[in-house]
Design a protein around this ligand. Structure first.
Ligand SMILES: NC(=O)c1ccc[n+]([C@@H]2O[C@H](COP(=O)([O-])OP(=O)(O)OC[C@H]3O[C@@H](n4cnc5c(N)ncnc54)[C@H](OP(=O)(O)O)[C@@H]3O)[C@@H](O)[C@H]2O)c1
Length: 246
């Protein structure tokens, strides 16, 4: 606990699901954690629940698809802390009509998906990078999905081989994996580590509770990769300590 108490983390999409639980677990580890939500009042409401348990959690407004909102959040973190130690890019959406074949998903759905799951991650990361560079040990966790694995998608019999109903979502996670690899390479000679994680198939609103594992277990990989030390990996794609195929 003691080595984490001086750290500051920010988790996007912290109002519910895996993000909310990631905030809880980071704060339980002693990290001062900023619970970011696109709606300030809902972020405050969520943060209050954790503060009520005595956890070091603070709400911050951040719509990851809004450039002005990102800039305001960066300014707020800079003014209050002057650096950021951990950025968890957790916010994500699925907007596709799962009853349609991959070839029939609308371009609008593809755009909306990439806006939140890819471009917003790139923009948020770029904006916070100067503050992460000021940390002695910056960590970036990109919440991906096993559904972004092209290796498993092309392997008959793999657990995701038949999960082809949300192509834009799946491709957005492949793109985030690729982005993580490029960023980790760029930052290889700095203390900053960048990793993509799969949370597991988690019971959240995203799958109407149909997931297979509980939310606390679903947040564990993000928290593990947020707290890796200097010997930890960078440029990896992991789930509960296991490396996943790209
Ligand atoms: N659940 C799974 O089985 C599973 C599996 C693999 C990967 N993942 C990934 O894990 C992450 C979290 O998923 P989840 O299951 O916890 O989903 P969720 O319960 O649907 O929560 C999504 C979160 O993202 C936030 N969000 C969406 N758009 C946003 C925006 N423009 N700006 C800021 N926040 C935004 C939501 O905020 P609001 O409350 O304001 O809507 C919410 O807090 C996602 O990246 C998802 O792709 C989930």
């Amino acid at each position: 606990m003691s080595q984490n108490t001086s750290k500051v983390a920010l988790v996007t999409g912290g109002t519910r699901g895996i993000g909310f639980e990631t905030v809880r677990q980071l704060a339980q580890a002693g990290v001062h954690t900023l619970l970011a939500g696109r709606d300030r009042s809902r972020a405050v409401e969520a943060a209050l629940k954790l503060q009520g348990d005595g956890l070091p959690v603070e709400a911050i407004a951040l719509d990851v698809t809004d450039t002005a909102s990102i800039a305001a959040a960066v300014q707020e973190v800079d003014r209050k802390f002057g650096r950021l130690d951990i950025l968890v890019n957790n916010a994500g959406i699925i907007v596709e009509d799962k009853t349609l074949a991959p070839s029939r998903q609308s371009v609008a759905a593809w755009r909306e998906t990439f806006q939140t799951n890819v471009f917003a991650v790139v923009e948020t990361t770029q904006a916070f990078l100067p503050l992460l560079r000021k940390s002695p040990a910056g960590r970036i966790v990109n919440v991906s999905s096993i559904l972004g694995s092209l290796t498993l998608h092309t392997q008959p019999g793999s657990p995701i081989y038949d999960f082809k109903s949300i192509p834009a979502y799946n491709a957005s996670k492949s793109a985030i994996n690729s982005y993580s690899v490029h960023l980790a390479y760029e930052l290889r000679d700095t203390p900053i580590k960048v990793n993509a994680v799969h949370p597991g198939y988690v019971k959240t609103d995203m799958n109407a509770g149909e997931g297979e594992i509980d939310v606390p277990t679903g947040a564990r990989t993000s928290v593990q990769m947020a707290l890796i030390d200097a010997d930890g990996p960078s440029g990896g794609f992991v789930y509960l300590g296991e490396t996943l195929p790209w």
